[in-house]
Design a protein around this ligand. Structure first.
Ligand SMILES: NC(=O)c1ccc[n+]([C@@H]2O[C@H](COP(=O)([O-])OP(=O)(O)OC[C@H]3O[C@@H](n4cnc5c(N)ncnc54)[C@H](OP(=O)(O)O)[C@@H]3O)[C@@H](O)[C@H]2O)c1
Length: 266
């Protein structure tokens, strides 16, 4: 038996596709022949990401970048309409853009909570709401929400991210039955510590909140993972590709943890 993904010719949106996990997923989709639209704020980073993606071998896919601040509902609409204009269809949505701050709870104001909820919770929900009518008409859709372990296993120093992620698990599972009637599958991947720029920033914020060095914070993170390794973004990308392929045709409403065994649960 061979694990053929058969994704060539499909079209995808990857939010936060200019760095980290999103960039790894965009690269993996493009390499499989999927036309990819990456959305993020910083234009220079977007251009660099497009060049990096285009340097990969592909069976004929295209990549475009869309400048968007996904805290804004109008930019969500722009991402969807631009992708439809360029590619004519949206088979795959990878909701990934997120940047919640870590820090001591008593020092975090409403602004930090609202930033996290606006970008990741409302941003993901708005994108699903915007692509579903199109996918419903086609009778096919594949959505992956990149969430995070703090949704299920909260930490005092990560309340903005933890509350966002808990709500997104609820949303992903809750909406899956409604979308299933249109053959739209929606699943979640919850990474643990993954080697990206964001992980570096979080280690700095954690260290500051706890009065320890960044090196100590990173060493503690690795020590706390049963498999003693930080995940690579490509590992999250491989799982995302599987979930959006027909190999996962019966999987919807699931959340899969990629956290080195940190949070076993029932
Ligand atoms: N890395 C980890 O250890 C880890 C663990 C658990 C969960 N996660 C989740 O995985 C996802 C990706 O994380 P990552 O580590 O790959 O992050 P990253 O390296 O910081 O990349 C974040 C991406 O999102 C974009 N982005 C940020 N704010 C945005 C906004 N307002 N509008 C549009 N795009 C925006 C960034 O580009 P611009 O800044 O240019 O907009 C960038 O492309 C996040 O949802 C995160 O919560 C990560």
């Amino acid at each position: 038996m061979s694990l053929e993904l058969k994704l060539s010719g499909k079209a995808a949106i990857v939010t936060g596709g200019s760095a980290g996990i999103g960039l790894a997923i965009a690269k993996a989709l493009y390499s499989e022949g999927v036309n990819v639209a990456i959305a993020a704020r910083n234009s220079e980073r977007l251009e660099n990401a497009v060049s990096a993606i285009q340097s990969l071998p592909t069976p004929g896919a295209k990549v475009i970048s869309i400048n968007a601040n996904l805290t804004q509902a109008t930019d969500v609409e722009k991402v969807v309409s631009t992708t439809l204009t360029q590619f004519g269809q949206i088979d795959i949505l990878i909701n990934n853009a997120g940047s919640a701050r870590a820090g001591s709870f008593l020092e975090l104001g409403d602004d930090v909570l609202l930033d996290a909820w606006n970008l990741k919770l409302l941003g993901y929900i708005r994108l699903v709401r915007a692509v579903v009518p199109h996918q419903k008409n086609r009778g096919d859709g594949r959505i992956v929400n990149i969430i995070g372990g703090a949704g299920r296993t909260p930490r005092p120093g990560f309340v903005p991210g933890g509350t966002t992620n808990a709500a997104l698990i609820n949303f992903t599972r809750g909406i899956s039955k409604e979308l299933a009637q249109y053959n739209i599958r929606i699943n979640a991947i919850s990474p643990g510590a993954t080697a990206t720029e964001r992980a570096e920033r979080l280690a700095e914020q954690n260290a500051q909140a706890r009065g320890i060095t960044v090196e100590q914070a990173k060493a503690e993170t690795i020590q706390s993972i049963p498999l003693k390794r930080i995940a690579q973004p490509e590992e999250i990308a491989s799982l995302a590709l599987f979930l959006v392929s027909d190999l996962a045709a019966s999987i919807t409403g699931a959340e899969i943890l990629v956290d080195g065994g940190s949070t076993p649960g029932v």
